[in-house]
Design a binder for this molecule. Structure first.
Ligand code: ARG
Length: 565
């Protein structure tokens, strides 16, 4: 049974208006303070339909609604406050979790919607850097949450594998590449020559011209250029795969920018036929001044296509292929204008589905005060960052629990989990400033803290000799127990909120809350040495339920749990 649904049903049954259950459910709030009840229903929005003042509606509802499952229902002003019958509530919530286990929190509400989630999308021949992890972590967890709620999701890695930079890279390769280094350490070598290219081009602008020429040749399918490009791509993908394997991230399609090379002419034609194509300084553009935006360039003066053209083609292709009801682009906020231009151009082309394309932007990632830029070469490689986190976690474990088995495996999960957690802890538009001590603190609001809470729960369950008695949930009557169960019950709500706002942090915060409530419960009450067997058994069931929820929650963030740490 879902309590929110129950409240909604009660209201629906007793209100003199034809209201959808979903609508009512959407209005129900979870009050911040216990004295305001466990659920609250504000009546403001019903005033118009019922032609009555909200406080009158609340008063009338209160008198009509049956109290079963609730200890009391109060009305305060325009609010109807529901106080659950704690005994029944605790029993229902725990039983449901123990029945549903890994499925607890899931649903099938998305079963009729196809969703495209585009994330990660690093650039070939360039480092997979800390900013790309932002996209990767958010996209991966949105994918997991939406799939968990039944949405039919397709994961796309829109690789940056096309563009004038490949012309430059080809020039750089021919002039300066060290083949040995390239095979030993592909991205570092490709980055070295790319950086060198930019330095040299400052002195000798001719190089840029050469680069453009080579990209043109690549677009025209000239053999030498295509072979080199393929080589860069294969080497890069091999490196990216290492990072994806560390993170446990996968994709359904890696159709990157190059995939659209043969699909762009049709798009430009269509734009032209709609009368939207304008010539500007030799380039072909779509004017967007009505929307207060610079024009969207679709073809440069040398005839080469650009980033935006490929995005137009990609959106149209995705709509045709996946018939999405939403296409989510998890890309940094520095590209906001680009996406507004692309979406507006689609709209002007008559694609009314353009409104279902959403840019889920995110902020910057900083270490102290260094801004990360590829061109100057001062990037932090993600693989190094992840490995460093694992290494440091290993040191902490060595200190705290030197006898632990499978130390390295545990450090892998905890170290990588800590990094992902840091990315998903705050709303995505907020910048991240990396701080090792904060990130790996076992006591703070961190990944390790939540993982540690889970491992602690599991260790209690391992130590418990299971007793063959019925759990008497009525014995779970302390404040801490009720608070914990309340949090456990809110899991699905936090997932749905995260999906609605495209904000995984809502689940991150949620698992922190559960871990905190669990620790409060654990510190206030004996579990293994409980007053009697029935209480002990009931508490053990609560521990077990908590572990399920933490595990499911962390998994939705793309983080593995460990049984011991
Ligand atoms: N490759 C780009 C970058 O690293 C991100 C691609 C974003 N996706 C898109 N459809 N334009 O900045």
């Amino acid at each position: 049974m879902d309590y929110k649904e129950l409240v909604a049903e009660k209201i629906q049954k007793n209100i003199n208006a034809d209201l959808q259950l979903d609508f009512i459910e959407g209005l129900i709030e979870i009050p911040p303070r216990p004295e305001m009840g466990d659920y609250a229903f504000p009546c403001f929005q019903l005033a118009k339909a019922l032609k009555k003042a909200p406080n009158i509606i609340a008063q009338e509802l209160k008198d009509k609604i049956g109290k079963d499952y609730f200890e009391k229902i109060e009305n305060k002003g325009a609010y109807l406050n529901f106080f659950v019958d704690r005994n029944i509530f605790i029993k229902n919530v725990i039983t449901k979790i123990l029945e549903q286990k890994d499925k607890y929190g899931s649903s099938s509400i998305g079963k009729d919607s196809n969703i495209v989630v585009e994330y990660s999308s690093p650039n070939i021949a360039k480092p997979f850097h800390v900013g790309h992890l932002f996209s990767t972590a958010i996209g991966n967890s949105l994918y997991k949450m939406m799939s968990f709620e039944g949405y039919n999701c397709t994961r796309i890695n829109h690789l940056g594998d096309w563009g004038t930079q490949f012309g430059k890279l080809i020039v750089a390769y021919k002039k300066w590449c060290n083949e040995d280094e390239l095979h030993k350490n592909p991205i570092k070598e490709l980055l070295r020559i790319y950086v060198k290219f930019h330095k040299e081009a400052e002195k000798d602008p001719e190089l840029n011209e050469e680069g453009r020429l080579h990209f043109k040749r690549l677009e025209n399918g000239c053999r030498e250029e295509v072979e080199l490009w393929k080589k860069f791509k294969e080497l890069s993908l091999r490196e990216f795969k290492k990072v994806y394997d560390l993170l446990g991230v996968e994709f359904d399609s890696c159709a990157g920018e190059s995939f659209y090379t043969d699909k762009m002419d049709a798009v430009i034609d269509e734009i032209d036929k709609k009368g939207l194509l304008v010539e500007s300084n030799g380039a072909k553009v779509v004017m967007l001044d009505k929307y207060n935006m610079p024009p969207c360039i679709v073809k440069k003066s040398d005839g080469a296509t650009i980033y935006a053209t490929r995005d137009l083609a990609a959106a149209i292709y995705r709509k045709k292929t996946y018939n999405f009801s939403k296409c989510i682009y998890v890309v940094g906020m520095d590209q906001s204008l680009h996406f507004r231009q692309v979406f507006t151009t689609l709209k002007l082309m008559g694609k009314d589905w353009a409104d279902s394309c959403v840019h889920a932007g995110f902020g910057l990632v900083r270490f102290a005060d260094k801004k990360l830029s590829t061109r100057k070469g001062d990037v932090i490689f993600l693989e190094d960052l992840l490995n460093r986190s694992v290494q440091r976690t290993l040191e902490i474990i060595d200190e705290k629990n030197p006898k632990l088995e499978n130390k390295l495996q545990v450090a892998q999960k905890v170290g990588i989990g800590a990094v992902i957690f840091t990315y998903l802890k705050n709303n995505r538009e907020r910048d991240i400033v990396f701080d090792w001590n904060e990130m790996l603190n076992f006591e703070g609001e961190t990944g390790p803290y939540v993982q540690y809470s889970y491992a602690r729960g599991k260790s209690i369950l391992r130590k418990a000799e299971y007793i063959d008695s019925q759990a008497d949930y009525s014995k779970l009557n302390s404040k801490e127990e009720f608070e914990l169960v309340k949090f456990l019950n809110n899991f699905r709500d936090s997932i749905l909120n995260a999906i609605n706002k495209l904000e995984p942090f809502m689940v991150t915060r949620y698992v922190i809350d559960v871990a905190k409530a669990f620790n409060k419960f654990y510190n206030a009450h004996s579990i293994l040495n409980a007053e009697d067997e029935a209480i002990k058994f009931a508490r053990l069931q609560l521990v077990k339920a908590t572990c399920h929820v933490i595990k499911n929650g962390l998994n939705l963030l793309g983080i593995d749990v460990v049984e011991e740490m």
